[in-house]
Ligand binder design. Sequence first.
Ligand SMILES: NC(=O)c1ccc[n+]([C@@H]2O[C@H](COP(=O)([O-])OP(=O)(O)OC[C@H]3O[C@@H](n4cnc5c(N)ncnc54)[C@H](O)[C@@H]3O)[C@@H](O)[C@H]2O)c1
Length: 270
Amino acid sequence: MNLELNGTVAVVVGAANGIGRAVADGFAAEGAFVACVDRDERIEEVAAEIGDTHDTRTAGFSADVTDYQGLCALPKLIASALGPHDHLVCTAGMGSGKFGFPFWNLDPKDWEQTLQVNLTGTVNVAHAFTPAMVHRRRGGFLFYASVAGQIGSQTDPPYSASKAGVINFSQCAARDLGPYGVRVNCLCPGMVKTDLNEGVWKAWCETEEGQQNPQTYDEWAEEKIKRVVPLGEWQEPEDMAAMSVFLASPRARHITGQTINVDGGFVMHS
Ligand SMILES: NC(=O)c1ccc[n+]([C@@H]2O[C@H](COP(=O)([O-])OP(=O)(O)OC[C@H]3O[C@@H](n4cnc5c(N)ncnc54)[C@H](O)[C@@H]3O)[C@@H](O)[C@H]2O)c1
């Protein structure tokens, strides 16, 4: 299927690692020019590697999603390097590193940074990039949330609540931007083996209950996947990338305001 993304400009925020890197790679494989944004200092190196692999134009930009002024400078910088952007995928995110069960195991202060990065960070990105999209009356946003944001997951309450906020904000933005021809969707991965997933889940192993469990973290995680995911497998970053590039493409031109789970059937809605 030709996704007609050749020569378009995609921005991927959180592109240095994990899912974001696979998404940047996915756009480059489709012949898109890719602006890779991350707070990780290796971002320029990662962008160059992706460009070399797929023989397309890429550029790396260092930015933190909590720095709104820094983000506001990006659309112009990206336009100078690669041309005005068409698509933006924001995958930047973090877990609190704390374990819930019950939520009062945490202190209210444990919520601050997670909300700041996951929710306010997404809003900052939207504010910084919307004017250029409204001006061009094209393109779209894809924000990364999580299945945890749909089920009141107890594992990491600040993380779950921040992702519920991202889902709700995506719907709000889709309504506001629809009349300008700009689509906004939200992708919820289920369980992908990345640093973030391990950080959230490993917090469990450090609890007293976890310490008493004779299984290693890997054994416990493997068993959990088989038990709770109908398809019984981890998802791969490339599974998220495939959906992300499809949603950016004209093939998805009537899809907006949707929360799309790529989770092996973990969460099902009627
Ligand atoms: N891995 C999973 O199982 C899973 C499940 C559900 C949702 N998600 C979501 O998918 C997205 C990607 O997760 P991942 O597993 O690839 O994580 P990851 O930790 O592997 O990668 C996250 C990337 O975001 C960047 N980042 C973090 N904070 C940032 C900030 N303040 N400013 C700029 N960049 C920042 C990091 O440097 C990193 O490159 C996240 O939003 C996460 O919540 C992941």
